[in-house]
Design a protein around this ligand. Structure first.
Ligand code: DQA
Length: 141
């Protein structure tokens, strides 16, 4: 089963960025743990700070992969282009947020992406990615 994790802007700074909110672990190190915990899955990881690159990546994998785990970060709240890309592709997408976006500033309460996703995990820290992978592992298409 091929699953990709796609992270949006500033998530390359995990471990250094606002550690009270996002924790101390880098995503690269967490990704290594995921690969060990899901040996039977073909996992890949893509991160970009650039909106169009996220759209390109969604289009590239969105008709052949079995699952996409998407944390579009700040673009979650603003990007019609990413929302349209998620709506356009056939691969199921699970939206993940490390923090609980509903417990933060009001402008983070809206996601333009969720309605095109299987579901959304928010507030479980990095474990949200693990939970999303677990969903794909236990779901047969
Ligand atoms: C985030 C929440 C967003 O509001 C924020 O802009 C991020 C990260 C999260 O994972 O909690 O960059 O998506």
């Amino acid at each position: 089963m091929k699953v990709i994790i796609i992270n949006g802007p500033n998530l390359n700074l995990l471990g250094k960025r606002e550690t009270d909110i996002y924790g101390h672990q880098s995503f690269e190190s967490y990704f290594e743990e995921l690969k060990i915990n899901y040996p039977n899955m073909e996992l890949s990881y893509f991160q970009s700070n650039v909106e169009g690159e996220l759209v390109n990546q969604l289009q590239q994998v969105g008709f052949s992969y079995d699952g996409i785990i998407l944390n579009a970060a700040a673009y979650t709240h603003t990007s019609i282009a990413i929302s349209d890309a998620v709506a356009a592709i056939s691969t199921p997408v699970v939206e993940v947020h490390i923090s609980n976006i509903h417990a933060r500033e009001e402008y983070r309460h809206v996601s333009l992406i969720t309605s095109h996703c299987v579901g959304m995990l928010t507030g479980f820290g990095l474990k949200g990615y693990d939970m999303a992978l677990n969903y794909f592992m236990k779901t047969s298409f």
